[in-house]
Design a protein around this ligand. Structure first.
Ligand SMILES: *[C@@H]1O[C@H](CO)[C@@H](O)[C@H](O)[C@H]1NC(C)=O
Ligand SMILES: *[C@@H]1O[C@H](CO)[C@@H](O)[C@H](O)[C@H]1NC(C)=O
Ligand SMILES: *[C@@H]1O[C@H](CO)[C@@H](O)[C@H](O)[C@H]1NC(C)=O
Ligand SMILES: *[C@@H]1O[C@H](CO)[C@@H](O)[C@H](O)[C@H]1NC(C)=O
Length: 362
């Protein structure tokens, strides 16, 4: 809102005018005097600023501003300023918007942007170099920790949500834990060859019915990087009905959690191999290789994503959820998971709600 406010004051028979430009409650004040032959100085003009806030509301974009050839701050944006919007690391533009990766908005003389602000979409399911064993091989894989010292696996399904097994976030009696008792361990960026594990708080745990799956809403939007990316999901049967899958697992040493993940190849078996009466919400998997008889799937793998790679992109098809007995912590036997496409509506809706609208309107 922008307007001129003229206030008069009578001072020795001269009218002194106070002139203010108003924007968002801030004023800059200028005084002018009305003399017999006119104003003592020309009247100032109020310039309309374009709304800068829409440029700063999304983690999915990076904005640079310039006026002429000079780069300027993206604050107090005056007409003629051009804001160049590009995608933050780990995000891409929708193909319908731009194939050049360039999107520019100009602040018009009316103080309005000539175009909508766009948001970018997370790039899912992509890995960096597979030759170096590091967290970037499974940037969607996280640890789920609780105050009862349980460590489970989990999978980033959007920059705001992690999916895991419900039994990872409840106590011994099956009572759900408070969200503030649960956190997620995420591998941060490589810094001078060192890896840091980021602990992200959970603000809400979404469960529905008896199905052993839980969606953890994170208390912050993740910054995507080489080591932090969401997984993809799909309805394509070529992927969801695959007989080969894999799962990432923490190394045994808990202090090194996040350093390097083990990749466990899985065979997807008919449900009957797990149990005679499993319905279609379940998936049955078994480690493909049984190294010298050593048990491969362990308790700490519960909640981890059952992943299928297809044309270089990785998709989640299930969530491992079998709870081993206290005695047997690792196994090579068939293990049950929940089919990702069968997760309850409340969880699915919440993941969909994380999606930023493509455009933010002017
Ligand atoms: C108003 O001015 C103050 C002081 O210069 C500044 O800190 C603040 O951001 C301004 N507010 C707006 C809405 O421009
Ligand atoms: C969790 O682990 C810490 C350190 O290993 C230990 O001091 C603490 O007693 C454990 N808490 C529970 C509830 O087991
Ligand atoms: C996460 O939760 C802990 C314990 O409730 C709190 O001390 C910490 O400040 C929180 N961290 C963030 C980033 O909110
Ligand atoms: C199997 O486990 C034993 C004992 O922990 C270990 O020494 C051996 O290296 C393991 N074998 C493989 C192939 O991992």
């Amino acid at each position: 809102m922008l307007r001129l406010i003229l206030l008069t004051a009578i001072f020795l028979s001269l009218a002194i005018y106070e002139i203010r430009c108003q924007e968002n409650g801030n004023f800059s004040t200028i005084y002018r005097t009305c003399k017999k032959n006119g104003w003592n100085y020309p009247l100032p003009e109020c310039i309309k600023h374009c709304d800068e806030r829409i440029l700063h509301t999304s983690k999915s974009t990076v904005v640079q501003c310039r006026r002429g050839y000079k780069s300027v701050d993206c604050n107090n944006i005056v007409p003629g300023t051009i804001a160049k919007v590009s995608c933050a690391h780990g995000y891409k533009m929708a193909d319908t918007i731009s194939d050049s990766g360039l999107y520019e908005m100009t602040c018009t003389s009316e103080g309005r942007w000539d175009k909508n602000k766009i948001n970018c979409q997370p790039v899912c399911g992509r890995q960096m170099s597979l030759s170096i064993p590091s967290a970037s091989n499974a940037p969607w894989h996280v640890g789920v920790k609780t105050d009862v010292n349980q460590t489970c696996g989990g999978t980033i399904v959007s920059p705001k949500s992690v999916i895991t097994a419900k039994n990872c976030v409840q106590d011994e009696d099956g009572i759900p834990l408070d969200a503030n008792k649960v956190s997620v361990a995420i591998t941060g960026n490589l810094n001078n060859g060192t890896i840091h594990i980021l602990t992200v708080n959970v603000s809400e745990i979404i469960v529905e019915g008896d199905i052993d799956v839980a969606l953890l809403k994170l208390s912050e939007i993740l910054t995507l990087s080489m080591n932090t990316k969401p997984i993809c999901f799909t309805n394509a049967e070529a992927i969801t009905k695959s007989d080969r899958a894999f799962l990432h697992s923490w190394t045994e040493n808990e202090n090194k959690c996040g350093d390097i993940f083990n990749k466990i190849e899985l065979q997807v078996l008919p449900n009957a191999e797990c149990s005679a009466n499993l319905d279609q919400t379940h998936i049955c998997v078994r480690p493909k290789y049984q190294l010298n008889g050593n048990a491969t799937l362990c308790e700490r793998d519960i909640g981890g994503g059952i992943i299928v790679e297809y044309n270089g992109v990785n998709y989640i098809i299930g969530i491992l959820n079998h709870k081993h007995s206290r005695v047997i912590v690792c196994t090579n036997e068939p293990v049950v998971g929940i089919v990702f496409n069968q997760i309850p509506h409340a969880l699915r809706r919440s993941i969909q709600d994380d999606k930023e609208s493509q455009y933010i309107y002017i």
